[in-house]
Write a protein that binds this ligand. Sequence first.
Ligand SMILES: CNc1nc2cc3nc[nH]c(=O)c3cc2[nH]1
Length: 375
Amino acid sequence: MAQPIRFELLRRDGHSQARRGRLTTPHGVIETPVFMPVGTQATVKTMAPWELKEIGAGIILSNTYHLHLRPGEQLIDRAGGLHGFMNWDGAVLTDSGGFQVFSLADLRKITDDGVSFRSHLDGSSHSFTPESVMAIENALGADIIMAFDECPPYPATRAYVETSLRRTVDWAQRCKASHQRPEEQGLFGIVQGGEFLDLRKEAALRLIDLDFPGYAIGGLSVGEPKPLMYDILAYTTPWLPVDKPRYLMGVGSPDDLFEGVERGVDMFDCVLPTRIARNGTVLTSEGKRVMKNARYSDDFLPLDPDCDCRVCKTFSRAYIRHLIKADEVLGIRLTSYHNVYFMLDLMKRIRQSIEADRFLGYKQEFYERYGYNEK
Ligand SMILES: CNc1nc2cc3nc[nH]c(=O)c3cc2[nH]1
């Protein structure tokens, strides 16, 4: 059977788990490690698809939970799936909704069959099962779809995590059995197991038996201390197939990208760059800058003098501060555009550093300038 998703491992770093790879999808070739901008409701907030294209975004994420509730997968299916609806010809990955049900919906009830919940929008009753979520993701038409899983809260007891792990593996099997478009959409399994390393290993091995084209590491970036997230990552990735992509869900900030790549992660997604942009905070090579700060009122430098993005080549900090202070919509468009460019450009430099066998050196260099001095 033709596989819609193919991964080539191009180079392994000699001094860490970092990898340089290439992910071929029905909507383009993605260089890894890759950062995926988040487009929850079929839009990366404030950005048009042609802007995403011009800054080099190859793949974006959208959310099954949100799009099922509004406008509904039937409408999107009639529009030609997410690609037709958004008029985006790059790749799309959809999350499977489990995490959003637990982080957004009300009155959730979870059983071995699935989850029932009330919409956070209008309180209407809904239920997700592996089969119903596959039907939604098949209708949305993403190139990569996530299996329906349960992301345990942090902290959670070992007993709770064990039950939810068993459920997640059982649901992964049911997703695989009910996936209607396996030749067009690659289905990734999601490794759970909480903070319990033996359960992480069990989850990985049981999902590998189901042979997915890629594996996500879930249950992280849910409030656990970062050192714990990094330790769980370092333990889990070696159990996953070296020739398949590893996707760390919901991560992360610039330092998380370095720490994740160093521990063998190929794919990342995070709302951070677009979320902080909407309150006027920008990412730069010298750290974050809060543009509302009065110190920028007559600062005529670009947001980041080292950045080649269109915003940094066109506008000053003073102008952007004015827009943000005046609540002018152009303000958050410019900060969003710059922040997404920053994350994509950072990932490009990380890929180049792996190719040049200087990943750890580049990490140290970035940390010192950005202000994460490890000393
Ligand atoms: C922002 N942090 C975060 N976003 C996530 C999305 C997820 N989706 C499915 N399954 C997960 O375990 C999961 C964990 C996540 N952590």
